[in-house]
Design a protein around this ligand. Structure first.
Ligand code: G6P
Length: 630
């Protein structure tokens, strides 16, 4: 039976968070708590489906955040030990309770949550419409659940078989979880290109399903990551079964995960973002633990030791990433070119994947990603792999798709980052890039012993300096009050601090919705200077490093146009203070390490401006943390 044989293959994926449960507890609280942990993946509408003890299927959906659903269903029948739930980032159809998941089949027997995009959904829908099916929503997900039911009925097969047969005809990306009220003792999960992890309760008494491990860690440490094309069948009290789309049994690969639950809570801070800014000193220590050996003045990265030949023979390094990770990549380029003397290109993954880039077998591609799930970065990796490049990952999320796709790599180990605007992941990525450049530079004999030891010693001192930098918080909070009027901001920096200017501007845009641009300070005169007037705050990174004197001239140029200048300077600086309106001091350090310190006041500035404007700092509008859409 072939319903669909062609479609426009546009390779789109979507975000969204999925949670599922089958076991002995009441499912609803587990699902709601799990959804809250996954809200970073999207938060425009929410829904749950519960299979009650008398095999009723109760489905509740609301527009808006998880808390909204929770408040609105308080008086409804929430009983049941089996359920599925979803938090959405809209792709097909506006955010509304109708378009929210779970979607239910025509007979009302099957309910499905889905993360991804069924690319040939319109062809399937057309066919089902002709057969008399009625659709309530505009989503591709409703088409999938109806299609599964259609297959089940026309073939007279059980639900698991129907899911498998249907998925064989589906083009696109999916992580799905499905319940059938007529088979109330099982939950079915499947994945292709969208992540899904299953937590195993003791004695197989219960199973937890989620888009990532954060909803599972408080219940179990034993997890199975589903691979593409796999279907899992979860039944209370039985070992889980996995098969592929050809119905071949797959062996279980149970992995152990460890995560500090405290890192998933706000811990007394008003927002995750502020907490994560404050965690940076500790996060950096965690990132360097066992890798930076302070006494020996050495850095050891196992990935470099294990693949030194491949890495050291690289003729060229290409860094692919998106957003904040791309900014880290720009700093990585300067570090590697300076310490290792290998040419480095930094590419937006989204551009790289589509422009038929020249990639050679000797190239090393470094993929940087906090979430490890970014669709564009994943696609860039697979293109580079196809052409024979060696892939090195710098990832935070352990076990994520990128971590599992790369040839080798180094986790940044900064703990889960929940605030949508990335902060501690950025400093973690920089820390790994510095350690990587140090290892390679030393091995290649480009860095002298003296230089190497000086940088290693100073790197070890940075966490304390970050702690010290955070003392500017009150001053920044105070200053932020006078900036909320601004409609535009300019951020300027040079050398290692030009990407920090980009990052400062991105932070402000993301959470305060103020337009901001980052520029190399000297490039300002070629355009942006036309924007400068008394209304235009200009943030200048003017620490005692490369091109300090030149930056003083750039400051003069802004001052002559009456721009309002906030300068990030080195402690004790006298050269800038009299020229600008305000200064924030950061501890002295080496130029190559300065981004780890100069970014701190910029993160705080964005945070406080957004808080004063009364905005949702942790979940800014239209954004999501794990961008699995291209
Ligand atoms: C989203 C996030 C950013 C992040 C970017 C890349 O846009 O909001 O904070 O920098 O994705 O994500 P990745 O997980 O690949 O670092």
């Amino acid at each position: 039976m072939v319903l669909i044989n062609e479609c426009k293959h546009n390779n789109i994926k979507s975000m969204c968070g999925i949670v599922g449960y089958i076991g002995t507890r009441q499912a609803f609280p587990v699902l709601i708590k799990g959804l809250k942990r996954l809200e970073y993946r999207g938060y425009d509408s929410t829904g749950v489906a519960l299979v009650s003890t008398n095999a009723m299927l109760n489905v509740y959906k609301e527009e808006g955040k998880v808390a909204n659903l929770e408040a609105n269903v308080a008086n409804r029948d929430l009983g049941g030990t089996i359920g599925i739930a979803h938090t959405r980032w809209a792709t097909h159809g506006i955010p509304s309770s109708t378009n929210a998941h779970p979607h239910v089949s025509q007979s009302g027997k099957l309910a499905l949550v889905h993360n991804g995009i069924i690319e040939n959904y319109s062809l399937i829908k057309e066919r089902l419409l002709k057969l008399g099916f009625v659709f309530k929503s505009e989503t591709d997900t409703e088409v999938l659940v109806q299609f599964i039911e259609y297959v089940k009925e026309t073939h007279g097969v059980d639900t698991v078989t129907a899911v498998r047969l249907a998925l064989n005809q589906v083009i696109g990306a999916y992580a799905i979880v499905l319940v059938d009220k007529e088979a109330p003792e099982q939950v079915i999960a499947a994945r292709k290109s969208s992540p899904l992890v299953i937590g195993l309760g003791e004695g197989n008494r219960e199973f937890f399903i989620a888009s990532d491990a954060t909803p599972l860690v408080e219940y179990t440490q034993n997890v199975v990551y589903l691979n593409d094309g796999e279907i899992a069948v979860l039944k209370r009290g039985e070992e889980m079964q996995i098969c592929n789309l050809k119905n071949e049994a797959i062996d279980l690969d149970v992995q152990s995960i460890e995560m500090n639950i405290g890192l998933l809570e706000k811990g007394g801070y008003p927002h995750f973002m502020l907490k994560e800014i404050y965690e940076q000193a500790q996060a950096m220590k965690d990132c360097m633990r066992g890798r930076l050996l302070e006494k020996e003045k050495r850095v050891v990265l196992s990935a470099v030791c294990n693949h030194s030949e491949r890495l050291l023979n690289a003729k060229r390094i290409i860094i692919v990433s998106c957003g904040t990770s791309w900014h880290a990549g720009l700093i990585g380029k300067q570090l590697i070119e300076t310490f290792v003397k290998v040419p480095v290109e930094v590419e937006y993954a989204s551009e790289f994947r589509y422009r038929n880039p020249v990639i050679n077998k000797e190239d090393v591609v470094i993929a940087i990603s906090q979430s490890g799930e970014t669709a564009d970065t994943l696609a860039a990796i697979s293109l580079a792999k196809e052409r024979g490049a060696f892939i090195f990952g710098i990832v935070n999320a352990v076990g994520s798709s990128i971590a599992r796709t790369t040839d080798t790599g180094t986790y940044i180990h900064v703990g889960p980052e929940i605030g949508v605007a990335s902060t501690k992941a950025f400093t973690g990525q920089l820390t790994v890039l510095i350690m990587l450049a140090l290892c390679l530079g030393k091995e290649r004999g480009i860095l002298s012993e003296v230089e190497y030891e000086e940088i290693v010693t100073e790197l070890a001192a940075i966490p304390d300096k970050i702690e010290h930098s955070l003392a500017c918080n009150e001053k920044v909070a105070d200053l932020a009050k006078s900036f909320t009027y601004a409609r535009n901001f300019l951020y300027l920096g040079r050398g290692y601090n030009f990407p920090v200017a980009l990052e400062g501007a991105l932070k402000l845009k993301e959470i305060s919705y103020i337009h901001a641009e980052g520029y190399p300070a000297a490039e300002m005169k070629h355009g942006p200077i036309a924007l400068v007037d008394t209304e235009m705050p200009v943030v200048v990174i003017a620490t005692h490093h490369q091109l300090y004197e030149k930056i003083l001239s750039n400051i003069q140029e802004v001052k002559a146009r009456k721009g309002r200048i906030l300068a990030i300077v080195t402690e004790g600086d006298e050269g800038v203070r009299d020229l600008v309106d305000n200064v924030i001091e950061t501890p002295p350090t080496l130029a190559c390490l300065s981004p780890l310190l100069t970014v701190i006041p910029l993160q705080l500035l964005a945070y406080h401006v957004a808080v004063i404007k009364g905005l949702d700092v942790d979940q800014p509008r239209n954004l999501a943390k794990s961008v699995t859409v291209e």
